[in-house]
Ligand binder design. Structure first.
Ligand code: CO
Ligand code: CO
Ligand code: CO
Length: 316
């Protein structure tokens, strides 16, 4: 398929990235992205927050600042009380307010299944766009949020998660990647993405493939939600994790000592996951320290970029 394009498109449909980037002038480019989904938590207000945080995240992942947004709503008017929709939209607005993003409008349709999300526009300097493509050999890889939200959501649906765990994971998904992006901007960062539906290894595979490099990942250093490990050990794995593994199996060399439950978490689809950042080796520890000091207690250095051009992920 041939997509229309022009010379100002810095990041377009010819490659997989978090958002499109269009150059307006020598010092301004627009970042555009859209994301919406069906409810992943029972609380409509928290669902609104999570959907908004998730939609804004792709702008942060590109190194930009989100500025404006539009609501996207599909709602079963005949089967659901409008107060539910009001709570969802209020959650989204409160997240946008926290992010200093202005809601400009939106569109809603009647649908059998409830869906909510945003289209988001952000700003970035054309020279400071972060894509998935520019990992340098020797860079360290840093992850800002722990993994396992897909597995915990599966446990919540099965009625097996405690109220405390449900609240913790809901908050984690609603957390903006804003502070992480602001901190990242002060470091020598080569590439970035946010960890969402393809899981950590699925998104890392895109970075490794896009950059024509390989990566070594230290399984024991990856931050995970401890209860997710327990649930994974019990076989509570979302179908998406199996799909993610199948899709990327050929790129991943798994050391035999990496536990099955850990492997499953590495492919677990995340909702509104953290940023995965490639940073200059000499600055990696300082980046992690700043992220932790800013409240991202589980931010961690999880691996390194190798010079090998065979585009593999080696898990040790
Ligand atoms: Co993304
Ligand atoms: Co997205
Ligand atoms: Co990016």
């Amino acid at each position: 398929m041939v997509f229309p394009t022009d010379g100002n498109v810095l990041v377009g449909l010819d490659r997989a990235d978090d958002a499109g980037v269009y150059k307006v002038s020598d010092d301004l480019a627009l970042i555009q992205t859209v994301d919406f989904f069906t409810p992943i938590v029972d609380d409509p207000y928290m669902f609104g927050q999570i959907a908004a945080a998730n939609a804004l995240s792709d702008v942060y992942a590109m190194g930009g600042i989100p500025k404006t947004a539009m609501n996207l709503v599909a709602f079963p008017v005949k089967d659901m009380d409008l107060s539910v929709l009001r709570r969802i939209i209020q959650g989204g607005i409160d997240k946008m307010t926290e992010a200093e993003v202005v809601l400009m409008g939106g569109h809603s349709i009647e649908d059998k299944e409830l869906k909510y999300g945003l289209s988001v526009t952000g700003f970035v300097h054309p020279d400071r766009v972060l894509t998935k493509q520019d990992l340098r050999p020797g860079d360290r890889l840093v992850l800002t949020k722990p993994l396992g939200t897909g597995i915990v959501n599966t446990a919540i649906k099965a009625g097996m998660a405690s109220a405390g765990l449900t609240e913790t994971v809901t908050r984690l998904m609603a957390d903006l990647n804003r502070r992480a992006a602001e901190i990242m901007a002060r470091f020598d960062v080569s590439a970035c993405t946010d960890v969402t539906g393809f899981g950590l290894l699925g998104h890392l595979a895109e970075m490794v493939g896009g950059s024509g490099r390989s990566a070594r990942i230290f399984a024991a250093q990856i931050p995970v939600i401890q209860d997710a490990l327990t649930f994974a050990g019990m076989g509570l794995i979302p179908a998406g994790a199996y799909k993610n593994r199948e899709f990327r199996a050929a790129m991943v060399d798994m050391a035999p000592n990496v536990e099955r439950a850990v492997q499953d978490i590495l492919f677990d689809p995340q909702t509104s996951g953290g940023l995965l950042i490639g940073v200059r080796e000499s600055q990696a520890e300082a980046l992690v320290a700043e992220l932790q000091a800013a409240g991202m207690a589980e931010a961690a250095l999880i691996g390194e970029v190798l010079d090998d051009p065979d585009e593999k992920i080696r898990l040790v």
